[in-house]
Design a protein around this ligand. Structure first.
Ligand code: F6R
Length: 253
């Protein structure tokens, strides 16, 4: 794991956006794995700005989001499809047909998960997977205890995750299940970028990086990946012990 610690959240977010932009500039047909959540909003704003300034085009990329809540139609205001349209897709030149997110309100969620996994494979796999991390160490919606070889499937959300995400559902309850790509699916990506911001993530970050890789912390599976970069602000890095092993970055680069 390549761990980079930035002086501020803004610097870590800018560096994350820069890695994604470089990826697309190098390979205009890149297949990107995308994440949702509060951590990602500033990153998408930076990608939209870069597009508006003519620094990058997303016209030929293909995207696969990590997950979607079960039961929510794509146009439901709290669906991850709606989040992605507002934050990124509708503000850039990416054709919506190139964007993939599991369908949350399908009649047969298991079949939908199988279809999604097969579609990722048919697209040649993910070149670069963007990840956040849950306070309980989840990646995608792979909760603690998920086997590292897991593939796309329906996952029961833990009480911890539903409580953490209640802030995104002010008018109702967080769905109990989601369709998520598996940890094995994530590990198949050629490159992985994980961004964590803030003191609420500090414990999960320390376990992910410094504890032995174990299913009790899904993100610790990334220790097994040959090309995983972890970008952190000071607050998210606060519980790390082996600081001499990590790159301290002065500015976004
Ligand atoms: C989102 C996802 C989740 C989030 C994680 C952190 O698609 O898969 O793993 O990355 O729950 O969410 P925030 O950024 O809201 O703290």
């Amino acid at each position: 794991m390549n761990v980079r610690i930035f002086p501020s959240a803004e610097a870590a977010e800018a560096a994350t956006a820069a890695l994604l932009i470089q990826q697309v500039q190098r390979n205009t047909n890149a297949v990107l794995g995308l994440a949702t959540g509060g951590t990602m909003s500033p990153v998408y704003q930076l990608l939209v700005s870069a597009y508006q300034q003519g620094r990058v085009s997303f016209a030929d990329i293909t995207t696969f989001n990590l997950d979607e809540y079960s039961g929510l139609a794509p146009d439901h205001p709290r669906s991850y499809r709606s989040f992605m349209r507002a934050a990124f897709f509708d503000q850039t030149d990416i054709p919506l047909n190139n964007t993939h997110i599991p369908i949350g309100n399908t009649r047969d969620p298991d079949k939908e998960a199988e279809r999604y996994e097969a579609l990722i494979e048919a697209s040649g796999g993910i070149d670069c997977q963007l990840l956040g991390i849950g306070q309980n160490g989840h990646i995608g919606f792979n909760e603690p205890g998920t086997p590292f070889h897991s593939r796309t499937r329906v996952e029961q959300l833990s009480n911890d995750t539903r409580a953490a995400n209640q802030r995104y559902f002010p008018e109702g309850k967080v769905p109990e299940q989601a369709i998520t790509i598996g940890i094995g699916t994530i590990l198949d990506s050629r490159e992985i970028i994980l961004l964590a911001i803030g003191d609420k993530k500090a414990n999960a970050v320390a376990v992910m990086i410094e504890s032995p890789s174990d299913i009790s912390c899904p993100a610790s599976a990334l220790q097994q990946h040959p090309n995983a970069t972890i970008l952190l602000d000071q607050a998210a890095a606060a519980q790390l012990q082996q600081l001499f092993d990590y790159e301290q970055v002065d500015k976004a680069n």
